[in-house]
Design a protein around this ligand. Structure first.
Ligand SMILES: [Zn+2]
Length: 353
């Protein structure tokens, strides 16, 4: 038994995997020298929690409403795991129910300091966006929270990492960011995407930097806006970690974006039946320099041919388990991805250049 376990550990170590459950306990807590990023499973919505080395926190989106507070509970569990008792900043990318819908339940569950958004809801044609926007406005109207309407180019007032707004309310940065500014060779054959008139292209997108680490989150920004951001000039430049836009749904995640930013690792916050489109999945898999794609869920649409293998999946097909992924990112550019389903961590060394 022990021999078998040892062999497994040696095998795991050889593949640069480490087992977090050796002692049968929870993984050892991080030493807080790294930025912690929790990819909370909200079943095809978004809820990404950043906790800095000093315990300051930023939550990007709040998941879905309803479900007896399921998503608020999962976010609160991540906050507890990170050792924080309040969320300093909650950034709402846009007014769809899988992003802002969970805000009232979250605010009832854990103290929030400041809400950040792109301003007014622009999707008034459908009832859903108006409803969740209305509930969010009621929350702001209580006067309990600070409120920031973010503009492209702005650096948000959170300390311990730099959060720069790159897109908001359909507008985007005019000048390239440091590291960007080169011609994007992935634009040449790109078809012109349809203009999206929903809240998606208005997503409040951010580039988060921590030392050498660059992390991109564009919410559900659609391909029409990706072209503006990336063609012909790549305004972003290379990133280390790409939070796959729009849950890996085919309307987003064009090659012009993904191959232009050429991430080392992509994290897809898809659900079993939401996002994880074959075409978007293939773009990521073919991205130059990609080391790994991780998914919150096995995508039913993708089937075995278009899903990553089990070690890179937080939730396999079957009953909802709510497993999360967590990244611990260091200033030197190294990082590690932890999968709560199996307790395993994969490390990524700092790049030598
Ligand atoms: Zn979404």
């Amino acid at each position: 038994m022990l021999g078998k376990l040892l062999a497994r550990v040696m095998l795991a170590a050889a593949a640069s995997w480490t087992l977090g459950l050796l002692a049968g306990a929870a993984p050892a807590p991080e030493t807080h020298k790294s930025l912690q990023i929790y990819f909370v499973d909200v079943e095809g919505g978004q809820a990404t929690l950043f906790v800095t080395t000093e315990g300051k926190s930023l939550l990007i989106d709040t998941g879905w409403p309803g479900n007896n507070g399921r998503d608020a509970n999962r976010i609160a569990a991540a906050a507890k795991d990170a050792g924080i008792k309040k969320i300093d900043f909650v950034l709402i990318t846009h007014y769809h129910d899988d992003h802002v819908g969970g805000a009232p339940q979250l605010a009832a569950k854990i103290p929030v300091g400041t809400f950040i958004d792109h301003g007014e809801n622009r999707e008034t044609s459908g009832a859903s966006a108006s409803r969740v926007y209305g509930a969010y406005q009621q929350l702001l109207a209580t006067g309990k929270y600070k409120h920031i309407v973010a503009k492209p180019g702005q650096v948000l007032p959170i300390t311990g990492m730099q959060v720069r707004v790159v897109t908001a309310d359909g507008e985007l940065i005019e000048r390239p960011l440091p590291g960007g500014g080169k011609e994007n060779t992935n634009c040449a054959n790109a078809a012109k995407p349809p203009v999206d008139t929903t809240e998606n292209p208005r997503s409040l997108g951010t580039l988060i930097t921590f030392g050498k680490q660059r992390i991109l989150d564009l919410g559900d920004l659609t391909a029409d806006k990706e072209m503006e951001l990336m063609c012909p000039m790549n305004k972003i430049g290379p990133v280390d970690i790409y939070i796959a836009s729009h849950h890996g749904f085919f309307q987003s995640g064009s090659a012009a974006l993904v191959h232009g930013i050429a991430p080392r690792v992509a994290i897809m916050n898809n659900g079993a039946k939401k996002g994880g489109s074959i075409v978007a999945w293939e773009v990521i898999e073919k991205s130059p320099g990609l080391e790994d794609l991780w998914q919150l869920h096995y995508s039913e649409e993708g089937g075995d041919a278009h899903n990553v293998t089990a070690p890179f999946l937080a939730n396999l097909s079957g009953p909802d388990a709510g497993n999360y992924l967590k990244i611990a990112a260091s200033e030197d550019g190294s990082f590690a991805v932890f999968n709560s389903r199996n307790g395993e961590t994969k490390k990524y060394a700092a790049k030598s250049n």
